[in-house]
Design a protein around this ligand. Structure first.
Ligand code: ZN
Length: 292
């Protein structure tokens, strides 16, 4: 089912206009489609301003948007990691200031029991510009005394946490069951480039069990598991992203192939629409037909 009939209609009916600056200005600058054709947004929900690779590679907003234009991606969710929460906020703010109509920021949570970041995170989320939280188990422990205040805050504010738990199914299960009101987007369906179907199965099973668990499809190489998850969990809890930009073979080809990976799936078109944008827009509380 299409989400809205045109970009203008989308903006008129979505709660987004009431939120903060970001997509209000998106509505004014994007090419509105007034033809009545049913345009569905393609949303890349996993894009790094700064990666967690050895080189801690950074990409500018210009490069990210150039790739989006080349591939046909309408919106991207952007965040930085391998830096402090404060710096992640600055980087995302700068990027979104340049392209308020194309980029949606998440704040990077780097909690530590000796350093309070909750206030910084809460401030930007309540401010309305930032729509979610990124957590990475490579840089912060998922121990309850460190990560729980972040998960609790996310639940209170109704924003999702995109969390890379490095294949740690027991940590994922603990978080999902301890915070049923917090939407957890499990990066890479459990583990980046995972080739172990049994491990992926455990994450699919967790999503079957817990309605607050969503599956991020970036870095998933067992593509048949995506089709299986659509059957078992449903496309309304699955979210496409590229985990880009990625330079191999080149930035555009990489993103295009990631998009094609979804378009080639043997699932109904309606499910593809959910994967490619519908689910994340719903999770960010953009619900056509309901005003803010
Ligand atoms: Zn990533």
């Amino acid at each position: 089912m299409p989400w809205f009939t045109s970009r203008r209609e989308f903006l008129r009916t979505s709660g987004y206009l009431g939120f903060g600056g970001v997509v209000a200005s998106w509505g004014e600058t994007a090419d509105a489609d007034d033809t009545g054709s049913r345009k569905k947004l393609v949303v890349d929900s996993h894009v790094h301003l700064k990666h967690g690779d050895a080189a801690k590679t950074e990409y500018t907003a210009e490069v990210i948007v150039r790739v989006m234009d080349a591939v046909g991606i309408d919106l991207s969710i952007v965040f930085a990691m391998s830096t402090t929460t404060r710096r992640s906020i600055e980087m995302a703010r700068e990027a979104v200031a340049q392209y308020p109509d194309r980029l949606i920021p998440y704040v990077y949570a780097l909690p530590h029991y000796q350093r309070l970041v909750i206030k910084e995170i809460e401030e930007v989320l309540v401010g309305g510009l930032f729509k979610g939280i990124k957590i990475h188990a490579g840089e912060c422990t998922l121990a309850d005394y460190v990560v729980d205040p972040v998960l609790e805050l996310a639940g209170q504010l109704g924003v999702p946490c995109l969390i890379d738990c490095l294949g740690n199914i027991s940590a994922a299960r603990r978080m999902a069951t301890a915070f049923p009101k917090t939407s957890l987007i499990i990066a890479h369906m459990g583990r980046y480039l995972c080739t172990d179907p049994k491990l992926v199965d455990q994450f699919i099973a967790l999503a079957e069990e817990c309605e607050n668990v969503f599956l991020d499809l970036s870095g998933v190489v067992l593509v048949d598991k995506i089709e299986e998850a659509v059957q078992r969990v449903g496309s309304r809890r699955m979210i496409w992203g590229t985990d880009g930009p990625h330079p191999k073979p080149d930035l555009v080809s990489f993103a295009r192939e990631e998009l094609e990976k979804i378009r080639r799936l043997e699932i109904p078109e309606e499910d593809k629409d959910n994967l490619l944008g519908g689910t994340i827009l719903g999770l960010l509380r953009i619900k056509p037909g309901k005003s803010a």
